[in-house]
Design a protein around this ligand. Structure first.
Ligand code: HEC
Ligand code: HEC
Ligand code: HEC
Ligand code: HEC
Ligand code: HEC
Length: 369
């Protein structure tokens, strides 16, 4: 939108129900009426995308190592309002809200052709959404097809950098999956319908008493991880060794596990502790590793984003994929052994211990002999 048309839309803003409507409303403002949605969004990764210490640290490193121009790239997803309004110095409070209400509900269309998906936005009094026949009070509304589909997520969950390398490919992973063919959009797993009022009943009784969960649970959610990553462990004897097999499956994610940033990984650790005092440990890592044009590995988020040019390995589980991991241990027959598989999710965007996030979500153990 041009500056002139911004002003025009601004001049059209009016007051309704005593609540002043601004051109771009803060989440708090929207939350005055959309309380339940605001509360869920507030604890989402989207609400933290700017305030996150991890992001702020990565942004600082990016600017000092790659130059100030990179800021705009990073903010285009972490604070799309800041980029849209030219507030790159983050003077406005709404710029700190990250992936906020008025960004998503000002989207009218997503263009999926070209190097990267792009959203077309119209800021103002008309909010786009999926309620049929909504009759809002403080603003007007328009039914939007794009909000019912994965396309609304694509501009930020799919990204090719200047080398043409797909750093984020969640949308295209989904697009190629059986879920896309079955018509299951991102929303069906990340924005399920839950009980709640679309609008505070004190303000307006709405026809529907369910809302789409705006929490967007992802890998921070143990439930989400547990429902996805299925595993079974069995043991046998083979050639004088203890053989352990772990069958793993990506049973519920509509994309690779893990997806998104190359720095996310899932680790399967297998320990075998025999009762005669031997201790063994092996692991398998599910991750996509990337390198720059010269083949140098990239292990920090901002460098992966800007410099990645090739995938060096990819051991992630594709949607619906089942895989059998086999381990052998030098433990003679008859010696009782405690076998334990532990899965954890690991993410460290700056490759330092301070930013490390580790969530253990599944353990299976059994006694073998
Ligand atoms: C004064 C109360 C109030 C405020 C403030 C408010 N809304 Fe609404 N909004 C409503 C009401 C009422 C509805 C209609 C609910 C219905 O008909 O069931 C609605 C509906 C919506 C819808 C659904 C539209 C559709 O067609 O699917 C969206 C999206 C929405 N609001 C976004 C926002 C955003 C974003 C903000 C902040 C910029 C905001 N609202 C601020 C009262 C409000
Ligand atoms: C990442 C984008 C995104 C953000 C951020 C977001 N929404 Fe939504 N919102 C959606 C989508 C997509 C739907 C429709 C989901 C569907 O129908 O499957 C929706 C639905 C709605 C609806 C219609 C009722 C419902 O629950 O379906 C309202 C009202 C609404 N959002 C308000 C808000 C408010 C208020 C905020 C901020 C506190 C917000 N949204 C933040 C994407 C977003
Ligand atoms: C304007 C950009 C933008 C849009 C649009 C967007 N996202 Fe996001 N999303 C982000 C960013 C940035 C983060 C990371 C925030 C952080 O952790 O700092 C994120 C994080 C997430 C996460 C959490 C990942 C985790 O770490 O657990 C999920 C799940 C998610 N988004 C799903 C969606 C879905 C589903 C949609 C579409 C309905 C969507 N997003 C639309 C930018 C966006
Ligand atoms: C069939 C269900 C399903 C669909 C469809 C789906 N997801 Fe997910 N998603 C999951 C589950 C389950 C997880 C948690 C496991 C994990 O971390 O991979 C997850 C995790 C994520 C994460 C966290 C990153 C990670 O792997 O740790 C992001 C971001 C995300 N999804 C975005 C999306 C987007 C964007 C779409 C649509 C293009 C989408 N998802 C479609 C089920 C789904
Ligand atoms: C195309 C959109 C996009 C761009 C551009 C982008 N990011 Fe992100 N960023 C995301 C998404 C989506 C996630 C979270 C989920 C995932 O891994 O897919 C994320 C997550 C992060 C995280 C983890 C935050 C946390 O709290 O877990 C950091 C750090 C980060 N990004 C830094 C950066 C930096 C620095 C830049 C600029 C060099 C950048 N990002 C550019 C979309 C983007």
């Amino acid at each position: 939108m041009s500056f002139a048309s911004c002003l025009l839309a601004g001049a059209l803003a009016m007051s309704a129900s005593g609540a002043g409507v601004e051109l771009i409303g803060s989440a708090e403002f929207c939350g005055r009426c959309h309380r339940a949605i605001h509360a869920a969004w507030k604890s989402s990764a989207h609400a933290r995308s700017m305030e996150s210490r991890l992001f702020q640290d990565a942004l600082e490193s990016a600017e000092s190592e790659l130059g100030a121009a990179v800021r705009k790239t990073c903010l285009s997803c972490h604070s799309p309002i800041a980029v849209q309004t030219g507030d790159l110095t983050l003077q406005k409070k709404v710029s700190w809200e990250g992936v906020t209400c008025d960004y998503c509900h000002s989207v009218r269309e997503v263009v999926l052709t070209g190097p990267n998906p792009r959203a077309k936005l119209e800021f103002g009094l008309v909010k786009s959404g999926t309620l049929k026949g909504a009759s809002p009070t403080a603003h007007s509304a328009v039914f939007s097809q794009v909000h019912t589909s994965s396309a609304i997520c694509a501009p930020c969950h799919e990204y090719r950098n200047a080398q043409g390398f797909a750093v984020l490919s969640t949308y295209s992973e989904w697009k190629a999956s059986s879920y896309a063919k079955a018509g299951k959009q991102c929303q069906s797993c990340h924005m399920s319908k839950v009980a709640g009022d679309v609008v505070d009943p004190k303000i307006k009784r709405s026809s529907d008493n369910t809302v789409n969960l705006h929490l967007m649970p992802g890998s921070h959610s143990i439930d989400q991880l547990n429902s996805t990553f299925k595993a079974q462990l069995s043991t046998a004897r083979e050639g004088g060794k203890l053989k352990v097999t772990v069958d793993v499956a990506n049973a519920a994610a509509g994309h690779y596990v893990p997806t998104g940033s190359p720095l996310r990984k899932i680790v399967l650790e297998l320990r075998a502790d025999s009762y005669d005092g031997k201790h063994f440990r092996q692991e398998r890592v599910y991750q996509r590793t990337v390198a720059d044009q010269n083949g140098a590995p990239l292990e920090r988020e901002h460098l992966a984003f800007v410099k990645a040019a090739k995938t060096t390995s990819d051991t992630r589980l594709a949607p619906d994929e089942k895989r059998t991991e086999t381990f052998y241990f030098d433990i003679p027959q008859g010696v009782q052994t405690q076998v334990k598989a532990t899965f954890w999710y690991h993410y460290s965007p700056t490759a330092t211990a301070e930013t490390e996030k580790r969530v253990t979500f599944l353990t299976i153990s059994r006694l073998a002999r």
